[in-house]
Write a protein that binds this ligand. Structure first.
Ligand code: GAL
Length: 687
């Protein structure tokens, strides 16, 4: 590496350099192959238009075969080779899978499940996040890597760990117990405060000594919910500490290189709001299931969440499959064109490129039947041809890089409330956070209304509508911010079983949902959980009837008006959906789970009232989304159907992909894509 010139760039410059072109590439594991193959790899990478690879993600054992004995020569060679071919490197810190020697010398570094089972080496992620031996060894490796590669010109991004928490998001060992106690001492200072917060007067749980406190290990029945909630917070923080420990080293050596780690969709164990604030770039691994007809809807939700985690900044699709995965019971292939379509979908929603797991399909190991950019059968294959075609196509899309996505509607998303909601002992065990979020998101997606996600303490001012599918746990400050937002002219829609407990999972007394009661103008007297499969009815004031399920409530109006009423049960005639004027704005309440048609009715009503328009009206199955920069508007049309379709245009437009000027119709092939920019006037309905 001595021949490589020393230079230093500012973070901004590297950031710009990172997204100078649409990113294209994938995880690259040269350590799985003889070096002759590397030459073919770089040649094929060039052919496919690959410009970034993630290197070394699971290479710890190869980089440090025995404690303190490092072997970087092979990594030097591949880094140099990649650089020679103008392929940049997203260098991993390699700490996601410790080498076998760590478990041999430090068996206490292995994680323990809540029933006391120790997890053994032989797969990956077998470490306790609070274990000191793991942390020390990881720090030493990262320091060596940072020292060695800090000036390497191929290095443009650091990839810390890998999918934190994916397999092991919590460890219940004694070292974790001690770390949990330290975390609690910081949070509560005194045992009295902890006893109050955990409601330990219940079931004789009062603690008289910090040493008595344990993680919520397997107990005879429900363990203390406030303790479990703090445990969720602690576990997310324990992994975040590992991440930050590595970041501190990297920032010291390479302040000019941005840092990321790959997130996993709407992943419950980690509070990604907190995590995203500590990294430079949000990156996502997304594996929609081709077997599911609406897989692209959930993918869109996740892309919007990633964009929002980065506060609208660029994010990157770090991993997806070229075709099938190998970890589902049945692993379906992507249809011809579907990989291209889903790649464009991520870009349409803010990704600055497309990366895959992985470059070359492994011939050994647990993932050998997972698809890759270079399949086992080689380049004479459908997958390779699609990979090359996509790479070529992306080269034409650099013009999109400065553009961003704007939304007028936000969905509030809170990990703490999610954790608390899904603890045991609720009126219904079927109430799931994701189901509620999807119930609100799907009708918006179907209408091409773009959505951002916001945290409970997020800035709401740029949104006309804020949807809160469920916010079981709410802090006083959040309730106040929402009240201020509505009073100032905003619109909120709050779903059932929201505003029920405080940050310690203690019920807000004074009539449900106490913190929202005045704003909503309602008081809930009873929660009614419905048995699975049972449907009840509602009728709206404009004469529509819908089925509802899962949940209903006995609700009293305190200033609100009913937009729909129940038609079944002893509560027939009681309000099911309400609307309340509060200050300059409006607050809606939904006290049940409506079937999809009912959610469409509600969302349409709210959006019409608040003046929120779709970005473009399309036939069912065609997604529309807009990326914009100061001068230009790009309308992405994505056909998720297996049949072709014509979309009518409001005005003539140029298609960036085909290079054609379209007069009145945009014809989309099965799984087809168009990126339209108006020839003259504004093409979109609302932007
Ligand atoms: C991801 C992981 C990769 C690989 C991939 C397979 O979750 O980060 O290492 O296992 O899944 O789909």
């Amino acid at each position: 590496m001595e021949h490589i010139p020393h230079y230093r760039l500012s973070r901004e410059a590297v950031y710009t350099r990172l997204f100078e072109h649409m990113t294209y590439g994938g995880d690259y594991y040269p350590e799985q192959w003889p070096e002759e193959v590397w030459q073919e790899d770089v040649r094929l990478m060039r052919e496919a238009g690959v410009n970034l690879v993630s290197l070394g993600i699971f290479a710890w054992a190869r980089l440090e075969p025995q404690p303190g004995q490092y072997d970087f020569d092979w990594l030097d060679r591949i880094m140099d080779l990649l650089h020679a071919y103008d392929i940049r490197v997203n260098l991993a810190t390699a700490t996601a899978s410790p080498p076998p020697w760590l478990a041999k010398h430090h068996p206490e570094s292995l994680p323990v499940t809540h029933d006391g089972t120790r997890l053994w080496p032989g797969s990956r992620q077998h470490y306790c996040p609070s274990n000191q031996a793991y942390r020390t060894a990881a720090q030493a490796l990262v320091q060596r890597l940072a020292e060695r590669y800090r000036h390497h010109p191929a290095l443009v991004l650091w990839h810390v760990g890998n999918e934190y928490g994916c397999h092991v998001s919590a460890c219940y060992c004694d070292e974790s117990a001690a770390a949990f106690r330290r975390w609690l001492q910081q949070r509560y200072t005194t045992l009295d405060a902890l006893n109050r917060a955990w409601g330990t007067a219940f079931w004789s749980q009062q603690y008289g000594d910090w040493e008595e406190i344990l993680p919520p290990r397997r107990t005879p029945t429900f363990s203390n919910p406030s303790q479990q909630l703090d445990w969720h917070r602690f576990c997310s923080d324990a992994l975040l500490e590992c991440f930050e420990m590595e970041c501190a080293i990297l920032r010291e050596y390479t302040p000019h290189i941005p840092i990321t780690t790959n997130f996993m969709h709407a992943f419950k164990p980690l509070n990604y709001w907190k995590w995203a604030a500590r990294e430079d770039l949000v990156a996502l691994d997304m594996y929609p299931d081709p077997a599911e007809a609406d897989a692209h809807v959930y993918a869109a939700l996740n892309y919007d969440l990633m964009r929002s985690l980065g506060q609208g900044r660029p994010w990157l699709l770090m991993e997806q499959a070229t075709s099938q995965v190998n970890w589902r019971p049945y692993n379906f292939v992507k249809q011809p064109g579907q990989m291209r379509l889903w790649s464009h979908q991520a870009i349409a929603r803010g990704s600055q490129g497309v990366m895959f797991f992985q470059w070359r399909q492994s011939c050994a190991g647990a993932e050998k039947f997972h698809s890759a950019m270079v399949p086992h059968v080689g380049t004479n294959s459908r997958i390779w041809r699609e990979v090359v075609a996509l790479g070529q196509e992306l080269r034409r899309l650099d013009i999109l890089l400065p553009s961003r996505i704007q939304a007028k509607v936000a969905i509030m998303w809170d990990w703490e409330s999610w954790w608390a909601l899904e603890l045991e002992g609720k009126p219904s065990c079927s109430l799931r956070q994701i189901d509620q979020v999807r119930a609100f998101y799907e009708p918006l997606f179907a209408r091409n209304i773009t959505v951002d996600f916001v945290p409970p303490d997020g800035d709401l001012q740029s949104y006309r509508v804020v949807l809160i599918p469920n916010l079981y746990l709410v802090r006083e400050t959040t309730a106040q911010r929402l009240a201020d937002y509505v009073a100032g002219g905003g619109t909120v829609v709050i779903g059932f079983f929201s505003g029920i407990v405080d940050e310690h999972d203690h019920v807000w007394l004074g009539g449900y949902p106490a913190p929202f009661r005045r704003m909503l103008g309602v008081r809930i007297e009873e929660f009614i959980a419905l048995p699975p499969q049972q449907h009840i009815g509602i009728i709206t004031d404009d004469g529509n009837s819908y089925n509802a399920m899962l949940w209903s409530e006995v609700l009293e109006l305190e200033g609100a008006i009913a937009l729909a009423q129940y038609t079944t049960g002893f509560y027939a005639g009681y309000p099911a959906v309400t609307q309340n004027r509060f200050g300059q704005g409006i607050a809606y309440y939904l006290s049940t789970q409506l079937e999809a048609a009912g959610m469409s009715w509600l969302v349409q009503h709210v959006c019409d009232y608040a003046g929120v328009q779709p970005v473009y009206s399309t036939p069912p199955g065609v997604e529309a989304i807009v990326r914009q920069d100061g001068q230009r508007t790009w309308l992405y049309l994505l056909n998720h159907r297996a049949t072709s379709i014509d979309v009518a245009l409001n005005a003539p437009a140029d298609d960036l992909l085909s290079g054609q000027r379209l007069a009145t119709i945009c014809h989309l092939e099965p799984y087809g894509v168009a990126i339209l920019t108006p020839s003259h006037s504004s093409l979109t309905d609302s932007f």
